[in-house]
Design a protein around this ligand. Structure first.
Ligand code: AP5
Ligand code: MG
Length: 226
């Protein structure tokens, strides 16, 4: 890990709640490094590294990747220099064991989770969001066929790379992800509620409004960008 770590935001939400969409907007506004374990796994799968080979089977079945490999990957990411100013976590922690490891790792560097906003979206809406999602090859910018279409079909507005559908957005895998992962999310929500850092935001009000509500929850806890 870096010698110290600044502000830490943990963005919580079910698959399809809008974590990635909001993390890309908020990390830029708040000057935090966006750390998304799903993106790190997808890069490892694409590059066919040993980690990617291990992770792929779990991801394709909609299951969580085992803690040992996930935690090691996350700690390596937190050691990068950009984490020192602060991080916005997207997709980690996914269970209580990961939350405890994170607390310990941050505590060793004089940091802590400042706030954990939960983006709440009902299950039927999650299913339709994931079914219509396309993301870009270069950086994972998310789009939606109806909700957020790209300006030019099949091309990312931000970086011009090709858009594709994630393997785990197939209908049967979406159902498996929700079945396998919603219980673990509940545990993590309870963990942060008990630690007094949970904030709940309605995720169904449109991307811009959700961003505003998240900022209203996050800024008092971490202070504005200096
Ligand atoms: P990960 O990549 O983290 O996937 P996820 O949690 O299932 O979440 P998603 O990325 O599917 O959804 P999102 O909340 O980011 O929504 P998005 O912004 O894209 O993880 C993938 C896999 O990796 C896991 O299943 C697991 O196997 C493994 N993994 C990752 N982390 C792990 C960990 N810590 N431990 C173990 N395993 C791990 O938005 C979705 C769609 O909705 C988009 O089309 C978007 O345009 C649209 N949308 C967004 N906001 C709105 C809005 N307000 N209104 C209307 N539409 C919206
Ligand atoms: Mg995501």
């Amino acid at each position: 890990m870096t010698a110290s770590i600044g502000r830490v935001v943990v963005l919580l939400g079910a698959p399809g709640a809008g974590k990635g969409t909001q993390a890309q907007i908020l990390s830029e506004k708040l000057g935090l490094a966006h750390v998304a374990t799903g993106d790190l796994f997808r890069a490892a799968v694409r590059d066919q590294t040993p980690l990617g080979v291990t992770a792929k089977g779990f991801m394709d079945r909609g299951e969580l990747v085992p803690d040992a490999v996930t935690i090691e990957m996350l700690l390596e990411r937190l050691a990068k220099p950009d984490a020192e100013a602060g991080i916005l976590l997207d997709g980690f922690p996914r269970n209580t064991a990961q939350a405890e490891v994170l607390d310990k790792a941050l505590g060793d560097k004089g940091g802590r989770v400042n706030v954990a906003p939960l983006i709440e979206v009902p299950e039927p809406e999650l299913v339709s969001r994931l079914g219509g999602r396309w993301i870009c090859r270069a950086q994972g910018h998310p789009y939606h066929l109806q909700g957020k279409p790209p300006k030019q079909a099949g091309i990312c507005d931000v970086d011009g790379s090709e858009l594709y559908q994630r393997d785990d957005d197939k209908p049967e895998t979406v159902q498996a992800r929700l079945r396998q992962q919603l219980g673990a999310l509940e545990q993590v929500v309870g963990y942060y509620r008990d630690h007094g850092v949970l904030a709940t935001v309605d995720g169904t009000t449109g991307i811009e409004n959700v961003s505003k509500d998240l900022l209203a929850a996050i800024e008092p806890a971490i202070g504005s960008r200096s």
